[in-house]
Design a binder for this molecule. Structure first.
Ligand code: PSU
Ligand code: MN
Length: 299
């Protein structure tokens, strides 16, 4: 796989400067323009201001890019032809010259090939509500099971069935750490009712567990579940009925497969009058902030 590195990422690789991987589906399919571009720019600035090189990953005309120039970032944020590309679509995107935004699974694959071990996202995918009937389980979980990296996420998206997602992650051997908490965070909210997550209180603690996993020869990822900051959260009582009604709308309109997650996020954004978008941005930036500290610890 040929990878096109930005000059900034090339320099960081050459000089051993810390690099943090970032995905692009959150930009292209997860948020509307222009808020998505504002988020992407703030994400990259936060990294640079902390002495870490941002490596946002995307596909342009079938070429894999690790580190995006400003114009490319803007193109990904604005252009409606940018497809959502997970791991299974990587070959299609390259062979058929797609413009593609990478999900957690494909971003992990590319970052790992590029030798970048830490990646911050918003919230990973998982087992969808009703997954026992639809079998809709995100490829993010199988990527987390097979790629040894550190992924920072605000738990898993609240649109999912979180207890089933946690069970699946246990089955797949994914190391789940709660950052300062023993309750799995629910993306928009800090609370999920799912307790007994192993808590870790420092970036060094995360790095130490990751290093031991690697030296033990494990191929699974360490998922750091980092709750949304209190001031930005939408409490479960407020968001739950909105999520339920969004899931019902999706079922009524027969939205399935890879369209489902972007559809639900958009519905929830509209039904909360944009509040969920502000929360999504805040939690993703908070995950980048933690990713920066972990990357520095590893360097
Ligand atoms: N986190 C966000 N917004 C997003 C995503 C994550 O805050 O849009 C994206 C990620 O790219 C993740 C994808 O991999 O949603 C999950 O999609 P699915 O459920 O179809 O696997
Ligand atoms: Mn799915």
């Amino acid at each position: 796989m040929k990878i096109n590195y930005s000059e900034e990422v090339q320099l960081a690789k050459r000089t051993g400067k810390p690099i943090l991987a970032l995905e692009s589906t959150i930009i292209a399919q997860g948020m509307p323009f222009p808020q998505n571009l504002d988020f992407a720019n703030r994400a990259e600035t936060l990294c640079r201001d902390s002495g870490v090189t941002p490596a946002t990953i995307a596909i342009l005309n079938g070429n894999i890019h690790v580190g995006l120039e400003n114009e490319v970032l803007e193109f990904i944020a604005k252009n409606d032809d940018v497809k959502k590309v997970s791991r299974r679509e990587l070959g299609m995107a390259i062979a058929e010259n797609w413009h593609g935004a990478t999900t957690v699974s494909s971003t992990m694959h590319i970052a790992h090939q590029a030798g970048i071990p830490v990646f911050s996202t918003g919230g990973i995918g998982g087992v969808h509500r009703g997954g026992e009937y639809s079998f809709d389980v995100s490829q993010d979980l199988t990527a987390l099971a097979t790629i040894p990296m550190i992924v920072i996420s605000a738990g898993a998206k609240a649109i999912l069935d979180l207890p089933k997602t946690l069970e699946m992650m246990e089955t797949l051997g994914i190391t789940v750490l709660g950052y300062g908490v023993d309750e799995f965070p629910a993306f928009y909210s800090r609370e999920s009712g799912c307790f007994r997550i192993h808590p870790v209180s420092s970036p060094g603690g995360v790095a130490a567990i990751y290093k031991e996993n690697v030296s033990a020869g494990l191929s699974s990822a360490v998922l750091v579940a980092n709750p949304v900051p209190q001031e930005n959260e939408i409490p479960t009582q407020e968001i739950e009925s909105i999520i339920e009604s969004a899931c019902k709308t999706a079922a009524d309109q027969n939205i399935i497969g890879k369209e489902l997650t972007p559809f639900l996020l958009k519905e929830i954004m509209e039904k909360t009058g944009g509040r969920s978008l502000d929360t999504n941005k805040a939690l993703a930036l908070n995950n980048i902030h933690l990713g920066i500290q972990i990357v520095k610890e590893l360097a």
